[in-house]
Ligand binder design. Structure first.
Ligand SMILES: [Cu+2]
Length: 180
């Protein structure tokens, strides 16, 4: 990727996140660089389900009515591990549109409410990581996607579900996993 495109991509992602959360992100906030790739996860981090000494909540992804075409077979699992170093979240899905970027957020509501608002460490604070937990993955040619993200704070019980969206259609909620 050409360097000059990175800020453009990040701006697009931030605006998308704002669309999902129903709030507006200012260009100033976006430019601060909080939303770097590192803050949204990597496939190679230690998965939440194998973090040593963690308390792990997990749930199966269920397709939502709002899922766009192409996601009829979406399935997978989300894990949220609370541990001494903070929180680790992993999502592992199949049945995604192939070779496509997706964004997931930890939400504060039940899947019956399509996840409700985004989970925030400081409620009413920044709508970007690290105050929220966002994950970015690009599915492979078979529609499989895996990513893990870490946060230095331990999530409260308000971290209730994980919702995944196509990165280019953030209003479209594809699937939700309730953490139990
Ligand atoms: Cu979301």
């Amino acid at each position: 990727m050409n360097r000059t495109w990175i800020p453009v991509l990040m701006l697009g992602l931030a605006l998308g996140a704002a669309a999902c959360g129903g709030e507006t992100a200012s260009a100033t906030t976006v430019a601060s660089g909080e939303m770097g790739t590192m803050a949204m996860g990597r496939p190679t981090l230690t998965r939440a389900d194998v973090v040593a000494g963690a308390e792990v909540a997990s749930g199966e992804f269920q397709r939502l009515e709002s899922a766009p075409v192409g996601y009829d077979a979406v399935a997978g699992r989300a894990w949220l591990a609370r541990h001494d170093a903070g929180t680790t979240v992993t999502i592992d899905l199949t049945g995604l549109l192939p070779n496509s970027p997706h964004i997931a957020h930890v939400h504060a509501g039940a899947c019956a409410a399509a996840g409700g608002p985004h989970f925030q460490f400081d409620v009413g604070g920044s709508t970007l990581p690290p105050n929220e937990i966002h994950l970015m993955l690009t599915s492979d040619r078979d529609g499989h996607g895996l990513v893990t993200v870490e946060n230095a704070r331990v999530a409260t019980s308000a971290a209730r579900s994980v919702v995944i969206h196509p990165a280019n259609a953030m209003d479209a909620k594809v699937a939700c996993a309730e953490l139990g």
